[in-house]
Ligand binder design. Sequence first.
Ligand SMILES: *[C@@H]1O[C@H](CO)[C@@H](O)[C@H](O)[C@H]1NC(C)=O
Ligand SMILES: *[C@@H]1O[C@H](CO)[C@@H](O)[C@H](O)[C@H]1NC(C)=O
Ligand SMILES: *[C@@H]1O[C@H](CO)[C@@H](O)[C@H](O)[C@H]1NC(C)=O
Length: 248
Amino acid sequence: MRFPRLTAMAALLVSSTAACAAEVPPLPVNFGVLVFPAFQALDVFGPLDTLNMLSTLFKTNLYIIAETLDPVSTKTRSASMNTTGSNFGESIVPTHTFANPPALDVLIIPGGAGTRAGTLLDPAREYIKATFPTLQYLLTVCTGSALAASTGILDGKNATSNKAAWVWATGQGPNVNWVPRARWTVDGNVWTTSGVAAGMDGTFAFVKAVYGEEAFVWIRNKVEYMPQEDSHVDPWGEFYNTTWPIVS
Ligand SMILES: *[C@@H]1O[C@H](CO)[C@@H](O)[C@H](O)[C@H]1NC(C)=O
Ligand SMILES: *[C@@H]1O[C@H](CO)[C@@H](O)[C@H](O)[C@H]1NC(C)=O
Ligand SMILES: *[C@@H]1O[C@H](CO)[C@@H](O)[C@H](O)[C@H]1NC(C)=O
């Protein structure tokens, strides 16, 4: 077998008691990405490209979940944030709505300017709150952690966020243990990453932890990316001198 995780699982199944085998949690199969207008492209497509590759190694399914089935654009919904008048952005096509969602093992919540849309995100918040208890894993990228935190589900948990948006993001969840210097955090089944590109590192770390080193190495070498493998290395935490609690 090519993957250590599978080998380990098979060994447990053949050699030991059912109780032992039950200690290996099932590999996640059903992934969902929540999207909203003005999501950050790389927050979604960085993790997804890695997971697309993963799907060639392990049976997995992907669902794109939004408020409606209309294409969801990276473009801002606020005229005041479009000071250049540029016409620039791209859309992703949802497969499901918050009202009629698929069962998931993993939910990915991206960030982006759209996380600042206030009450317009309430349907997303209700979906997150209702879905979280059913998940095997939650993975947030960038200010996706701020959106998740605003529902209360991260209270008492370690999380991080985009260091360039630190004060705003942490303000969305005053009862979260915000980790000011982290490329990503893992607390139980909750994975959160720092800004934008950090989502790629967090996703690679997730693949390594859950699907095994061989899958991680194979994907890394196919996409020619050198993920940060130490979650404590956070140059942007240093750059922005982030603290928690906030020291002003
Ligand atoms: C900015 O505004 C222009 C003019 O209203 C619109 O055509 C364009 O789609 C907007 N661009 C973005 C990036 O939101
Ligand atoms: C949470 O973060 C603190 C540092 O703020 C760390 O000491 C602790 O080990 C972390 N807990 C988990 C579950 O990672
Ligand atoms: C970083 O923040 C801490 C706490 O607010 C402060 O004591 C320190 O002087 C700051 N360092 C820099 C380089 O700004």
